[in-house]
Design a protein around this ligand. Structure first.
Ligand code: AMP
Ligand code: ZN
Ligand code: FE
Ligand code: FE
Length: 287
């Protein structure tokens, strides 16, 4: 009996390292009942993932992960059950991708000044797809022998506040939530416990986003403790929001995170998916 799911995954279309087909193969091998493909700032991997899912009998939910700005800093919104026609979203995604390129070049300038020259072409080649981010820069840093592994690249240079960090310019959280909700997607706040803000402030931001279409909180995540999980579930209950969950699988970029189970024993049961679908049905949205 397949009783687990993973509603937060990345492919080569953004900063994961598996093709959409490879991701689906892995999910089938892990005996998952469903996955959502949620690449950053692109829907380019969805058609291949859906086709592979149909061929293999795996439910594939069309999604994406959008970075947005709030008074608590950068937040990530998952749009789940995206429609096939995302014309209303494509412009915002294209803008985000263009802004990434500007910011990535500034990161490379900083790395150059730190004695680690890297050509942007090498980063683009590493990325393969149209969404280029810090994990790709980190991988090139490893290849060029500047750091031993991706984690060291982030810890030493690329994490927020480190010497080569440059923030992304992103759209406002309310705008992002409204955009996704307007398309009929279920909007879930990804990894809320990774937001570096006091709980009271986070709760205020979440409550405000509800009025712009936020419908769920990602309670289960590879980097959430069981205490985090309980807190987010209770918060969702208090605010009338649903809950979602996923590993945030990226393949080799984050070798400690496995599809469907995150780092420790995290598992997301099919009941989570059923409850999200029930909320959609009640709202008159397709599942
Ligand atoms: P960006 O979108 O370019 O700001 O890069 C953010 C991405 O980097 C996210 O997908 C994170 O999962 C990934 N990331 C953040 N910190 C780390 C880390 N320490 N090791 C590996 N990947 C990370
Ligand atoms: Zn990522
Ligand atoms: Fe994220
Ligand atoms: Fe993610």
């Amino acid at each position: 009996m397949k009783n687990c799911i993973d509603l937060h995954t990345h492919t080569l279309a953004s900063d994961g390292t598996d093709t959409p087909t490879e991701l689906v193969d892995l999910a089938v091998a892990a005996e998952l009942a469903a996955i959502a493909v949620t690449d950053h700032d692109t829907v380019a991997g969805l058609a291949e993932a859906e086709a592979a899912g149909r061929a293999q009998g795996l439910e594939v939910i069309r999604g994406c992960e959008l970075s947005v700005q709030s008074s608590c800093g950068e937040l990530h919104l998952l749009g789940l059950w995206l429609p096939h026609d995302v014309a209303g979203l494509e412009q915002a995604l294209a803008l985000s991708r263009a802004r990434r390129n500007v910011r990535n070049q500034v990161i490379l300038e900083k790395l150059g000044r730190l004695g680690m020259p890297i050509a942007y072409d090498a980063v683009c080649e590493e990325a393969g797809g149209e969404v280029i981010g810090r994990p790709h820069i980190a991988q090139v840093m490893v290849q060029q022998g500047y750091v031993p592994h991706v984690r060291a690249a982030f810890d030493g240079y690329l994490r927020a506040g480190a010497a080569a960090y440059v923030p992304k310019e992103v759209i406002a959280a309310a705008e992002g939530a409204a955009l996704l909700a307007g398309l009929g997607a279920t909007v879930s706040l990804a990894h809320p416990m990774l937001v570096r803000a006091p709980r009271a402030e986070l709760e205020t931001v979440i409550a405000a986003l509800r009025t712009h279409g936020l419908d769920a909180l990602e309670a289960f995540h590879a980097e959430h403790s069981q205490g985090d999980e309980q807190y987010i579930k209770a918060l969702a209950g208090r605010l009338g929001l649903g809950i979602s969950g996923g590993s945030d699988y990226h393949g080799r970029t984050k070798p400690s995170v496995r599809l469907g189970s995150g780092r420790g024993g995290m598992r997301v049961g099919t009941a989570v998916l059923d409850a999200l679908k029930e909320r959609r049905v009640k709202a008159g949205l397709p599942v």
